[in-house]
Design a protein around this ligand. Structure first.
Ligand code: KIV
Length: 313
């Protein structure tokens, strides 16, 4: 066993076998068959140790999940960002546990290789007693492999209880959207000596409590790099620069489906918003012009055909 594959902290129950991380092509070849190789929680630590960057995106439905899985993304998060991008809410606060369970189950049906993580929404983990049955629903009903929750040292006892109960937990520190009002808006966190020290301590406390990975959101690049270097568990950054062990983006944002949302950290890898508008306009034009549907898009009834005469020889 490699020393860095040992569980960190007193309560962590991370698997100790540093098995090879399944390659995307293995699962792409297997698509449609029973999953043989899935990205497990301990694989992420192996990836960190080997210097292989972890790729992650959010996802909310089975159709996109299939595409994400086929593309070889390692981790899929059913994030409470679904409040913004699916429900059209102004924040993640109205998202309920039922919403996340519903979308997690849909995404699970589309995945074969990727690790599935589900967010615990606002006020569903304010105590260990509340968090345990809620997290259990995400695994048992949603089919998630792990849960994610926001917060620093203050949530460490809750993380420890979940981990002790066999529920892998991904932490999330820095800009934590569920604390939108407490933070005074979506602001970069960890600027200044005190805030920097607090985030470093939060990261250490979460690792000690048994988190198997940490999302670092909205943190200066140098601090995120320092936090990543200080931990044995991997960090997955969003708006936290290039020093993290992996990256996560909101799927709809990185595909350009929300052209009006352009924060500094976001790179659009496609312009699907423009493509969707073009396709819908073309559809409208063809329906109005009567060129769609064409004859080949219709069905006939073979019983309406002329009966063929059988000629006896
Ligand atoms: O809810 C979400 O999508 C997230 C990611 C941005 C990390 O928490």
């Amino acid at each position: 066993m490699h020393p860095e594959d040992r569980p960190v902290g007193g309560v962590a129950t991370l698997p100790t076998a540093a098995a090879e991380v399944p390659t995307p092509s293995e699962s792409i070849a297997l698509y449609g068959a029973q999953p043989r190789s899935q990205v497990r929680v301990h694989h992420l630590r192996t990836m960190k140790r080997k210097g292989t960057k972890i790729t992650a995106v959010t996802c909310y439905d089975a159709t996109f999940a299939r595409l994400v899985d086929q593309s070889g993304v390692d981790v899929v998060l059913v994030g409470d960002s679904l409040g913004n991008v699916v429900q059209g809410q102004g924040s993640t606060l109205p998202v309920t546990l039922d919403h996340i369970v519903y979308h997690t189950a849909a995404v699970a049906r589309g995945l074969s290789r990727a690790q599935l993580v589900a967010d615990l929404p606002f006020m569903t983990y304010y105590s260990a007693e509340v968090a345990l049955p809620n997290a259990a629903r995400l695994l048992a009903e949603g089919g998630a492999h792990a849960v994610k929750l926001e917060g620093g040292a203050e949530v460490a006892p809750i993380v420890a209880r979940l981990v002790q109960s066999g529920i892998p937990v991904m932490g999330h520190i820095g800009l934590t959207p569920q604390s939108l009002h407490a933070m005074g808006g979506h602001r970069i966190q960890g600027r200044g000596t005190e805030a920097r020290a607090r985030l470093l301590a939060d990261a250490a406390a979460l690792q000690e409590a048994g988190c198997y990975a940490l999302v670092l959101e909205g943190i200066p690049t140098r601090l995120a790099t320092e936090i990543s270097a200080s931990l044995a568990i991997p960090t997955i950054g969003i708006g936290a620069g290039d020093g993290c062990d992996g990256q996560i983006l909101v799927l709809y944002d990185m595909l350009g489906l929300n052209p009006d949302f352009q924060p500094k950290f976001l790179k659009r890898f496609a312009q699907l918003g423009a493509e969707v508008r073009r396709a819908l306009a073309a559809y409208g034009e063809e329906v109005r012009a009567g060129t769609f549907p064409a004859p080949e898009h219709g069905y006939d009834d073979p019983s309406e055909r002329e009966p063929t005469l059988k000629v006896a020889r």
